[in-house]
Design a protein around this ligand. Structure first.
Ligand code: UD1
Length: 364
């Protein structure tokens, strides 16, 4: 009998994680996969473009939930996924990452006693003021399978009392997508020919702690504007950040602002950047594998391996002065680092192997 598996995505960083898992499930005759999109992200350039770039099939179920406060958004998704799961015999629910859709799907499944597999389990920033940290802790507590991208994830889970047998180190599925896409990106014409490789800084910014408060956002923008006096600075602007800039009346003079980019164009820009400034989780990992220096504008990271082994440096004080100093120390100095264990383009095979043994199947 085939196993019926619900895979849940909702927000931009979910799509590159689910793509290789879906592809691998298609290879296994025991698996019947159903793809559900919650609609947490809905703009074409935050969602549809990624489906096209990554070759993800149309979702089987689309909830169209949209934006709203955390409780409302999580509640909407929870209620609707509960309905989906109540109808039919589900063997497993697969969630990825740490967004509200991840948490809501986990809660819905756990209450119906359907096992959850969490891909990217065990990451901890230690900062419960971050909504993602709350999502991670609750998801990992309830998941039957905690699939970790790095060994620190295993240690974090064990320290929280998660039983050893639930924890499986699989490596980083997002890097499967990067490895698969990089060759195509390298072979295609550069999307922004005017940007000389190695000669520009790339910026992304969307964390509430950086963009929701006027004074903090202004400090960062002031630093970027000053950097842009010497070096080209390109900044694809997330919708949350665009709204904040607009509401605070902050405008760029020198920084080159862009609309959000699709996966391939973003990967091309990252691969050729001289340096990246970001507060994203995924970009800390991608820059490590690409060997591009990364300054992470946050107090803490749930991905310490990118600092210990990769090319990442935390900039916990986000004043104009501190950012400029960090930039001055990194720009033009290259990066040394190594690719962490299991970030090898084969993590999705190990993920699906873990599903296979959990569900009691053998590969045909
Ligand atoms: C969410 C995730 C965050 C992730 C980020 C990546 C949570 C708690 N946060 O943050 O972990 O790093 O996605 O992008 O799940 N908006 C649009 N169009 C869209 C989506 C959002 O305009 O397609 C605007 C809306 O005004 C919305 C705001 O952006 O209120 C924030 O969206 P939301 O999904 O709540 O959080 P993100 O900041 O995107």
């Amino acid at each position: 009998m085939r196993s019926k598996i619900l895979l849940v995505v909702g927000a931009r960083p979910n799509f590159m994680k689910i793509a290789p898992i879906l592809r691998e499930l298609d290879e296994r005759s025991w698996a019947h996969s159903v793809l559900l999109h919650t609609g947490q992200h809905y703009d074409a350039d935050m969602s549809q473009t990624f489906f096209e770039d990554l070759g993800i099939r149309e979702p089987d179920i689309h909830l169209g939930v949209g934006s709203g406060p955390h409780g409302w958004q999580t509640g909407q998704i929870l209620t609707q996924i509960e309905e989906v799961l109540s109808d039919g015999a589900w063997d497993l629910v697969v969630v990825v990452g740490d967004v509200n859709s991840t948490l809501a799907a986990t809660l819905a499944a756990a209450k119906l006693n359907i096992p959850v597999a969490h891909v990217e389990a065990g990451l901890r920033s230690g900062d419960r003021a971050m909504p993602e940290e709350v999502n991670r802790v609750v998801t990992d507590t309830l998941a039957a399978l905690c699939l970790t991208p790095s060994r620190d994830g295993d240690s974090n889970l064990l320290a929280e009392g998660v039983p050893r047998e639930r924890i499986h180190f699989v490596g980083n599925v997002m890097i499967d997508t990067l490895v698969r896409s990089l060759e195509q990106v390298r072979a295609a014409p550069r999307p922004f020919p005017a940007l000389e490789p190695g000669k520009y800084a790339l910026v992304t910014l969307h964390r509430p702690s950086n963009v929701d408060e006027r004074g903090q956002l202004q400090e960062i923008v002031d630093a970027l504007e000053e950097i842009a006096g010497d070096v080209r600075v390109v900044f694809p602007v997330h919708p949350r950040t665009a709204q904040a800039l607009d509401a605070f009346g902050i405008e760029f003079q020198r920084v080159q602002a862009l609309e959000p980019l699709g996966y391939r164009h973003m990967l091309a820009l990252q691969a050729d950047a001289g340096l990246i400034l970001t507060d994203s989780g995924g970009i800390q990992e991608e820059s490590t594998v690409l060997g591009v220096p990364c300054l992470t504008l946050r107090d803490s990271t749930e991905r310490p391996i990118t600092v210990d082994e990769g090319t990442n440096t935390l900039v916990p004080v986000r004043s104009k002065k501190a950012i400029l100093e960090a930039f001055g120390r990194s720009w033009g100095h290259g990066a040394s680092g190594r690719t962490p264990e299991g970030w090898d383009g084969r993590a999705s095979v190990r993920v699906v192997d873990a599903f296979e043994s959990f569900l009691g199947h053998r590969r045909a």
